[in-house]
Ligand binder design. Structure first.
Ligand SMILES: NC(=O)c1ccc[n+]([C@@H]2O[C@H](COP(=O)([O-])OP(=O)(O)OC[C@H]3O[C@@H](n4cnc5c(N)ncnc54)[C@H](OP(=O)(O)O)[C@@H]3O)[C@@H](O)[C@H]2O)c1
Length: 294
């Protein structure tokens, strides 16, 4: 598991029960900090102390599979490490769209692809809180890894439908993440009538581009999907909102940046998403304490 963050720890903790599993940190020093284990709070509220071997990138042992679970801006560095370790394939379960960057960093000799997951976890102080087991979809050539995830209690399926699932996840993130980050509100606030209008406008604006890339949902069905996610996660803070508040880089490039590039490639303007993209970029700068250019 390359990336010992919130989700990487959950996946590693579960997989370690059924197959030898290790976490790979960005450096030997970061690995040493995690070497004593961590507290994992399960969705049931049960808490346990977990010890999974943690390595720096140079010391990590070879593996059948490597799973990349770093934030978007760290994709290339983590994927290069993953590609050097894995014998059968490299899977990303990151948010946003990183397929091409992942493949570029891993190289053509090894299968490398992106799945999608609705599993959720967060770090709270020293604890790792596993919020929901969710579902995970993998490309078909990752079937043995899907079987391991299932045995580990992480519902997973290797399916050709992964292409649609990836786009559905991206679509929801395209609306929820930047909007909650800019407004600094929990997800459920977007259901308020005056904000729902913006959710609707953003969804309708991006729909033709995502449809052209293989999204199977019609616009109204996508809107209903967004609504269901907002209802189910009403009290949650989106990862982009959390990143902005903590002054960390966001995944705006992997989410909205990719949509804008797809729009440009077909000559389609996406003014609402473009505006949100710029707002998040500016917020990142402000929170980093960087002066804003004229
Ligand atoms: N958390 C969720 O609920 C959730 C759900 C679905 C999808 N995702 C996606 O999964 C990905 C990871 O999310 P997360 O919430 O687990 O993030 P996170 O808690 O920020 O963890 C990322 C981890 O990656 C490490 N890292 C950075 N560069 C690395 C490198 N080159 N090699 C090895 N490790 C490296 C970071 O280490 P440092 O601390 O040293 O920076 C950190 O431990 C993101 O794309 C996210 O959108 C998350």
């Amino acid at each position: 598991m390359v990336g010992p963050g919130a989700l990487g720890r959950v996946f590693a903790a579960r997989l370690a029960a059924v197959v030898p599993t290790a976490l790979v940190a960005r450096s030997r020093e970061r690995a040493a900090e995690l070497g004593g284990g961590f507290e994992l709070v399960h969705p049931s509220g049960r808490s346990e102390r977990v010890r999974v071997p943690v390595f720096g990138p140079e010391e990590a042992p070879p593996a059948r599979w490597a799973v990349v679970l770093v934030k978007g801006p760290d994709t290339e560095a983590a994927a290069r490490v993953a590609g050097g370790l894995a014998r059968e394939g490299v899977l990303s379960l990151q948010n946003g769209w990183v397929r091409e960057r992942l493949r570029g960093a891993v190289g053509a000799e090894l299968p490398a692809d992106q799945g999608a997951t609705t599993a959720a976890a967060k770090r709270e102080g020293g604890r790792t809180v596993w919020v929901v087991a969710g579902e995970t979809w993998l490309p078909e050539n990752f079937r043995p890894l899907a079987e391991l995830l299932n045995r580990a209690g992480l519902p997973a399926e290797a399916t050709p439908a992964v292409a649609a699932r990836r786009l559905e996840k991206l679509a929801v993130n395209l609306v929820v993440n930047p909007l909650t980050a800019v407004l600094n509100v929990p997800n459920g606030a977007l259901l308020e009538p005056e904000l729902w209008t913006t959710v609707r406008d953003l969804t309708l604006e991006m729909h033709p581009v995502l449809r052209g890339r293989g999204l199977e949902l019609e616009a109204e069905d996508l809107l209903q999907r967004v609504r269901r996610v907002l209802v189910a996660t009403a009290a949650n803070t989106s990862s982009m909102r959390a990143d902005v508040r903590a002054g960390r880089p966001t995944e705006i490039e992997e989410i909205t940046g990719v949509l804008l590039a797809w729009g440009r490639a077909e000559g389609r303007a996406l003014p609402r998403h473009e505006a949100l993209y710029r707002m998040v970029r500016t917020l990142e700068q402000v929170h980093r304490g960087e002066p804003l250019e004229e």
